[in-house]
Design a protein around this ligand. Structure first.
Ligand code: NI
Length: 389
């Protein structure tokens, strides 16, 4: 069972949509043109459309031939604040904004699947095609859920996919369990006492305190958590001082924590506070930790991942479906949906050629040749999970 024929025939049209989205990228919650085009296309195929969920999110409802359960298929629509360095005819026309994560391709593949499903209705129950805003750090999935996504459009299961440049084009990863990390942010404000740089005895140096905190925090990873568990603490900013001969009052350290296991996440959050406050007070200053939880870990459900792997194998051949790809410490807000509904987040290989650059790179571009594969997988998931009887 290869690529669905009528979806293969859509390749040229999908490529046009994809390049049009690519030329007109929009940042989080500003996807006005993109969501407008999505809604217009869905409506032109007779699909009932709701807009404005999570500000710029769009949901299309496709009813099957008979009663049955419902399935949610999700794509993201937002771009990144990157200046594109490619020189293609479909290069970004919005300076400083670029589809550098392939969300233009994700939106297009879901449109292709929606068109096919609306024309054929070769399934029972309901399909909700969910086009979300703001995946890149602004939790558009959660914004749609807070606006009642799953109450207004009940879904028994949810599926989504992301392109994966490190995997060969046309291969698919369906990996059970945690595949992407929880992504948290923190700021540590260290307060000391300002003084003349030549007279440290009159002050409390927040830079020296902050430096101790930087090194001590890594002991949470190496000494406090179970070595079998994974965690990353990266201090990516250390701001203090403005003059060569002045000890400042304050230093601010900021960064990110990535984990898979909520217990490890709790342990690190508590440990950061203990270490920062303890070191600062021991050295005569004080520290305040502002730890902000971001996206939870993306955890694929076992049974749904197996189903998705079987469907993907039918499209690309079982030999091209992998369940053993290493998880990544990157974050993904489809995690919020998978925390509420069983489902699976697939990775679609698209490596090689112009797309060999990784996502979030200014020379990245989505590989259009995989559009029919992704659209076929999404459409076939519906037909296999909710067969017409
Ligand atoms: Ni992405």
């Amino acid at each position: 069972m290869p690529i669905i024929n009528s979806i293969a025939a859509l390749e040229e049209q999908m490529t046009e949509w994809r390049r049009d989205f690519h030329m007109h990228p929009e940042l989080a919650y500003q996807e006005v043109r993109t969501s407008g085009k999505v809604a217009e296309l869905l409506e032109s195929w007779g699909i009932e459309v709701t807009t404005g969920l999570g500000k710029t999110g769009v949901v299309g409802v496709i009813k099957g031939s008979g009663d049955g359960p419902s399935i949610g298929l999700r794509a993201d629509m937002d771009a990144l604040p990157i200046d594109e360095m490619n020189d293609t005819p479909w290069k970004s026309q919005n300076a400083g904004v670029m589809h550098a994560c392939g969300h233009d391709g994700h939106t297009t593949m879901l449109l292709g699947a929606a068109k096919y499903l609306a024309e054929t209705r070769n399934f029972n129950g309901t399909v909700n095609v969910i086009f979300q805003p703001a995946e890149e750090g602004y939790a558009g999935a959660k914004a749609m859920m807070d606006d009642g996504l799953f109450e207004k459009f009940p879904c028994d299961q949810v599926y989504g996919l992301h392109n994966w440049p490190q995997m060969p084009a046309g291969s698919i990863a369906a990996v059970p369990g945690p595949i992407m990390a929880a992504a948290d942010k923190f700021d540590i404000t260290v307060r000391g006492k300002g003084a003349h740089g030549a007279m440290p005895q009159n002050g409390v140096d927040p830079i020296v305190i902050g430096s101790q905190i930087v090194t001590a925090l890594q002991s949470l990873v190496s000494r406090s958590k179970d070595p079998i568990e994974t965690a990353v603490i990266s201090i990516t900013m250390f701001h203090a001082g403005a003059a060569f001969n002045v000890i400042p009052e304050e230093a601010v350290l900021s960064g990110t924590v990535r984990t898979f296991n909520p217990e490890v996440q709790d342990l690190i959050e508590a440990g950061m506070k203990r270490i920062a406050e303890g070191i600062a007070s021991g050295m005569g200053g004080s520290a305040e930790v502002d730890f902000r939880r971001g996206y939870p870990a993306t955890v694929n459900h076992e049974a749904q991942t197996q189903l998705a792997a079987d469907v993907a194998g039918g499209i690309v051949g079982p030999e091209n479906v992998r369940n053993d790809v290493d998880p990544t410490m990157g974050g993904e807000d489809f995690a919020f949906m998978l925390n509420e509904k069983p489902g699976c987040y697939l990775w679609l290989g698209q490596g090689g050629g112009a797309s060999s650059e990784n996502v979030h790179h200014p020379q990245y571009d989505f590989n259009d040749s995989v559009l029919p594969i992704g659209a076929s997988v999404l459409a076939r998931l519906v037909e296999e999970l909710q067969p017409k009887r």
